[in-house]
Structures are given as structure tokens and as C-alpha cells.
Design a protein around this ligand. Structure first.
Ligand code: NAD
Ligand code: TYD
Length: 351
């Protein structure tokens, strides 16, 4: 094998698209997917590549430094693409300590394993996948750029900001070659239905209330997950050491407009009379400390690496809806068990 790459969190939403892309496009790389399979990790996300000769799955916790060190010893990784994290803002409000543990301690544990195992940093690369939420919340105008000051507002974004700082500190202090990217909201197949778009698709399908926080006027910048995976591939191979790249969809939407659009698209696909699903919209108590707006200026990655989003939003949403409608069993599996209790506790109603 030409290269051995560790992908962490590869059984999650974005990680599974990254693993699939690398296993398929680089048959001469060995891709080691490390994931401890939390509620958000699911090996069924990778059924189509699990038998590939250049793919290996390892069930470990990134916080376990000794195991990370022995894994680095065993595989002599050329690079790391680090996605493993607790990723949902609402859960971080309920249980911030889990986010500190995985996102901060876990990242430092991985960095330390790389530091102690990589005797020679030549050709090595530690790539940290982060979020635009580290920059805080925007008003009606302006965009986040790579030089925007960090101003995280939720326990989730504070934990990701901290992990970004540790990645840069390990580069500055120990010379580990790092690269970072901060991406806007992703959507697409295999996203756990606690996040806005898959949650709304699942509830519309089941004729359940559609819980919109506050007035539904918060704005997010949406990107199709395969476009993110393509950006990660480019940055892993061509991004400059110590640089940060912002990735976004140039695609801002108010939450309520997305929910209405999903209702219209699903009414058509499910042969329901127009206006049926939007009657399910229910305004609920706002999220504590709800960031008003995120918007990325993705000019740097466009100008330096030639990356741009490839899919229009409606096209991406149609593909996403079709995937969820065709993968009812996947949805049923991930919404059984703990999901019901999470949902009831959070929304005070059944999923
Ligand atoms: P996800 O919650 O779907 O997946 C996270 C994965 O990490 C799961 O498979 C889980 O089992 C694994 N994991 C969690 N704790 C672990 C641990 N201690 N050890 C090993 N594995 C562990 O998350 P996602 O939405 O795919 O996000 C992936 C990464 O991208 C995260 O770092 C997130 O902060 C970042 N990100 C996400 C978005 C988004 O819109 N989803 C946007 C920008 C950045
Ligand atoms: P989410 O998908 O959780 O992503 P993030 O908070 O990381 O941006 O939420 C996207 C937006 O949708 C955010 O403004 C909160 C809102 N939202 C709702 O209105 N209702 C919901 O049930 C959820 C999960 C989110």
C-alpha cells in the first residue's frame, strides 16, 4: 500500500462519506476507520465498502491514549483525518462534559499519539475537521473568513474551538504538520435524524409534528455532504501545512424556509395534496443561546484549490429525501431504542 491513513469517526455521517470516497478512489491506500460506535456511529453506513481489501475497521475510543499509541505503532500511519466527535448542539447543552471529553481530550489524545509515534514528520499530516460554529454568530450581514476571531457560543462550538487550538498548539510546539478546515452545515444520506433536515424528513414521513425552534428565522449555510468529502480529499492532498480552509455552500437559508420546502417536496413525492405536511409545523421553545446566523466565505479554497460546491440545494435535497424514503429500514434501526427516549426528553413528545 502506498499510504496508510487513519480516519476517525468514519462510521458517522460525514466520516462514512469520507471513508467511502478514499477507499473507492485510492485503492493503493489502506484506510483504517477508527470509531467507538456511539449512538451516532453505524457500520451499516459503510456496507458497500466493508469488504474492500484496502479497508479496515477498528473499534476504539480516541480518548484511550494507550490504545491510540499502540494503533499508531501497529499501522505507522502516514496521515490522520480526524472527524470523531460529539456533534449535536442540543446534546451539548444537556451534557457538556461528554463534549469536553471526546472533542477536547480525545483530540489531544490523538495528537499525543501522533507526536510520540511519528519520529520523523516528513510527509506526515494531521488533518482536523472542524466547524464554522467556532466563529460564533453573525448578524444579518457579513461572512466568516479564515481570519475571523474565534467566538464560540455553545458547549459544542466551545469544545471544537478548543480542539482547533490544541491542533495548532501541537504544530507550533512540537512541529506536527497539521491542516484544518471549518465547514458549514452538512446534509445528505446517512445523517442521524436528530439534525434539522433528516429529523424533518422523518417526521413528515411519519405525520409527526415538525418542531421549529423560536420563530424559525435562524440562518444556516447548507452544503451537500459529498461536496464536503471532496473538499476534504483536496485539502488532505493539496492543502498547505499549518493552513486553515473554510468550506461552505454559498447557500443560506432560514430554518422555516427549509422546513416549508421539505414539506412541499415531500407532499409531491408522497402524493399528498399540496399544503398537507406544512400543517405539521409546530413552533417550540427556542434553543438556549441559539446562534442567529452562520455564513462562510469559501473564497480561499476556491482560489487556492479550485473547490466549489457542485450541487444546487434543491437537487441535493431531492437526492437526500429520495435516499431517506428508499432507506426506511436504516431510519427504523437508528430511531429505535435510545432515540425514542432522547426525543421524548428533548421535545416532550414521541418521535
Ligand atoms: P456524527 O455525530 O454523525 O459522527 C461522529 C462519529 O464519531 C460517530 O461515528 C461516533 O461513533 C464517533 N465517535 C464519537 N466519539 C468517539 C470516540 N470517543 N472515539 C471514537 N469515535 C467516536 O458527526 P458528523 O456530523 O459526521 O461530524 C463529523 C465531524 O465533522 C465532527 O468533528 C464535526 O464537528 C464536524 N462537522 C460537522 C458538520 C455537520 O454539519 N454535521 C459541519 C462541520 C463540521
Ligand atoms: P442542527 O441541524 O442541530 O445544526 P446546528 O445547530 O449545528 O446548526 O440545527 C440547524 C438549525 O435548525 C438550527 O438553527 C436549529 C434548528 N432546529 C430546529 O428549529 N428544530 C429542530 O428540531 C432542530 C434539531 C434544529
Amino acid at each position: 500500500m502506498k499510504k496508510t491513513i487513519l480516519v476517525t469517526g468514519g462510521a458517522g455521517f460525514i466520516g462514512s462519506h469520507v471513508v467511502r470516497r478514499f477507499v473507492t478512489n485510492y485503492p493503493d491506500y489502506l484506510i483504517v476507520n477508527l470509531d467507538n460506535l456511539t449512538y451516532a456511529g453505524n457500520l451499516n453506513n459503510l456496507k458497500d465498502v466493508e469488504a474492500a481489501p484496502n479497508y479496515k475497521f477498528v473499534k476504539e475510543d480516541i480518548c484511550d491514549f494507550k490504545s491510540m499509541e499502540s494503533l499508531f505503532g501497529k499501522y505507522s500511519f502516514d496521515g490522520v483525518i480526524h472527524l470523531a466527535a460529539e456533534s449535536h448542539v442540543d446534546r451539548s447543552i444537556k451534557n457538556p462534559l461528554a463534549f469536553i471529553e471526546t472533542n477536547i481530550l480525545g483530540t489531544v489524545s490523538l495528537l499525543s499519539a501522533a507526536k510520540s509515534s511519528w519520529k520523523d514528520f516528513d510527509g506526515k499530516r494531521f488533518y482536523h475537521i472542524s466547524t464554522d460554529e467556532v466563529y460564533g454568530s453573525l448578524g444579518e450581514e457579513g461572512f466568516f473568513t479564515e481570519t475571523t476571531s474565534y467566538d464560540p457560543q455553545s458547549p459544542y462550538s466551545a469544545s471544537k474551538a478548543s480542539s482547533d487550538h490544541f491542533v495548532r498548539a501541537y504544530s507550533n510546539t512540537y512541529g506536527i504538520p497539521v491542516v484544518l478546515s471549518n465547514c458549514s452545515n452538512n446534509y445528505g444520506p446517512f445523517q442521524f435524524p436528530e439534525k434539522l433536515i433528516p429529523l424533518m424528513i422523518n417526521n413528515i414521513r411519519n405525520n409527526k409534528p415538525l418542531p421549529v425552534y423560536g420563530k424559525g428565522e435562524n440562518v444556516r449555510d447548507w452544503l451537500y455532504v459529498e461536496d464536503h468529502a471532496r473538499a476534504i480529499d483536496l485539502i488532505y492532498h493539496q492543502g498547505k501545512v499549518d493552513e486553515t480552509y473554510n468550506i461552505g455552500g454559498f447557500n443560506e437559508w432560514k430554518n422555516i424556509d427549509i422546513v416549508n420546502l421539505l414539506c412541499d417536496l415531500l407532499d409531491k413525492k408522497l402524493n399528498r395534496p399540496p399544503g398537507t405536511s406544512s400543517k405539521l409545523i409546530t413552533y417550540v421553545t427556542d434553543r438556549a443561546g441559539h446562534d442567529h446566523r452562520y455564513a462562510i466565505d469559501a473564497s480561499k479554497i476556491k482560489n487556492e484549490l479550485g473547490w466549489e460546491p457542485s450541487l444546487q440545494f434543491e437537487e441535493g435535497l431531492n437526492k437526500t429525501i429520495d435516499w431517506y424514503l428508499e432507506n426506511e429500514q436504516w431510519l427504523q434501526e437508528v430511531t429505535s431504542g435510545d432515540y425514542q427516549s432522547y426525543y421524548q426528553e428533548h421535545y416532550k413528545t414521541e418521535a
